[in-house]
Design a protein around this ligand. Structure first.
Ligand code: AMP
Ligand code: GLY
Length: 420
């Protein structure tokens, strides 16, 4: 079977390694992939947003099954384009990817279907937003409507910051058209949980829960990043909370999308906050999370490709989806300076055992592997307990080297504190 994965980061590397476990896979392509994946798949120099290039390649190679992993191509309609030429896909259609593509859409959907989320107002006029902020409760959260490279959320601690955020997003248009509309949202507090769920619109199977570490520095200080590390499972996410989420959030979201004629198939990502009033949705993503995938998939005991094929056929109910009861920890190693300015092009040395090293930003130079991005790679380890998984992950980190490497030293510590 010829398989193609669209995307090029650590998440895609984790997906590629898992898909490769299926013995029916004879050819595995990744578009564009990166220099750190060449031992696992054939990297093809076609960008993840190049929908025409992607479909042309699928046709030329007679791809049997495609996995579209990142948000951009999903929101642009890559799955629709591939299905139109007869390639079965894992990932939502464009009309369902809007769940991540538009925060205004997702907030209105949650309101309409009584799915618990933060109170909010939508604005398309900056003056009206600024006026509203004169009296809005502070802190408040300002969100650009569209995709903004994960940077479209501003938590304003003061009224001035809130107004500045409106100006930056709506008037200076730092996120382009994504800032034509904004959501101004109630500030919630509580532990955060990421839950990725397989769904075909009929069946919903949540995967093992996880915890992201978004800030750049230890102790959750510093700037927001794409994610500096993850652990799974998330100890805050008890069985009782899981049952409540299934009843009040997961199934109602699936049903709501069906009602709207936007059946969601693929991986639906629930970013949840466990507030004093119960779990609430902070955000939906229409795809696997990065770096959540790097801890969730190593704990999946069932065959990923088979599950994905069931979803494409609408037969997820027949799939075996089993997770181990071990724990996983992923530490992201970044280029010093990230998420601000950083230098690349430094040689990376990896240990011999690379099965759980997921490369996010690297390029090949002959035999050498060079750093090529802000987040360079993620080191995941699996163990019987979370404590051991963390310890092992940091031991492996010590065996990876490149100049200017930076990583957080406290990945998983919050989770460990919650376990007691
Ligand atoms: P995002 O960039 O969409 O992943 O969101 C970044 C982070 O902003 C989330 O992980 C939360 O920590 C925080 N956040 C988003 N919305 C809220 C909210 N309503 N209240 C408190 N924190 C929030
Ligand atoms: N880890 C958060 C995300 O994938 O959006």
């Amino acid at each position: 079977m010829k398989i193609m994965v669209v995307g090029g980061g650590g998440r895609e590397h984790a997906i590629v390694k898992k898909i490769k476990e299926n013995p029916a896979v004879t050819e595995l392509y990744v578009l564009p992939g990166n220099g750190g994946m060449t031992e696992d798949a054939i990297c093809v120099n076609i960008g993840a947003k190049d929908i025409e290039g992607i479909t042309a390649f699928a046709k030329e190679k007679q791809i049997d099954f495609a996995v579209v992993a990142p948000d951009d191509p999903l929101v642009l309609g890559a799955v629709d384009a591939l299905e139109a030429i007869g390639v079965p896909c894992f990932g939502p259609n464009k009309n369902a990817a809007i769940l991540e593509g538009s925060k205004v859409f997702s907030k209105n959907l949650m309101k309409k279907y009584h799915i618990p989320t933060a109170q909010y107002e939508v604005f398309d006029d900056p003056e009206a937003a600024l006026q509203y902020l004169e009296n809005a409760p502070i802190p408040t959260v300002i969100k650009a409507d569209g995709l903004a490279l994960g940077k479209g959320v501003i938590i304003a601690e003061t009224r001035e910051q809130a107004k500045d955020a409106v100006k930056t997003i709506m008037q200076d248009k730092v996120f382009g058209a994504s800032g034509d509309h904004i959501v101004v949202e109630e500030f919630l507090t509580g532990p955060e949980v990421s839950v990725l769920a397989f769904t075909d619109g009929k069946t919903m199977i949540p995967m093992i829960s996880s915890m992201d570490h978004k800030r750049a520095l230890d102790g959750d200080q510093g700037l927001n990043t794409g994610g500096m590390g993850t652990v799974a499972p998330n100890p805050y996410y008890t069985e009782a909370i899981a049952a409540e989420c299934m009843e009040k959030i997961f199934l109602p979201t699936m049903e709501a999308m069906n009602q709207e004629g936007r059946t969601f198939k693929g991986c639906l990502y629930f970013g949840l906050m466990l507030t004093a009033d119960g779990p609430k949705v902070i955000e939906y993503n229409c795809r696997f999370g990065d770096p959540e995938t790097q801890v969730v998939l190593p704990l999946l005991e069932s065959d990923l490709l088979t599950i994905m094929q069931h979803i494409a056929k609408g037969t997820l109910a027949d799939a075996e989806v089993k997770f181990s009861n071990k724990a996983a920890c992923c530490v992201i190693m970044a280029s010093k300076g990230y998420p601000g300015k950083y230098e690349t092009g430094y040689e990376i040395t990896l240990p011999a055992e690379k099965s759980r090293i997921f490369v996010a930003g690297a390029k090949r130079d002959g035999e050498k592997l060079l750093t090529g991005g802000g987040r360079v790679l993620g080191v995941t380890e699996v163990a019987d307990t979370l404590e051991e998984a963390i310890q092992k992950a940091y031991q492996t980190v010590e065996q990876v080297s490149f100049a200017n490497a930076y990583y957080r030293k406290d990945i998983g510590q919050k989770a460990l504190a919650a376990e007691v």
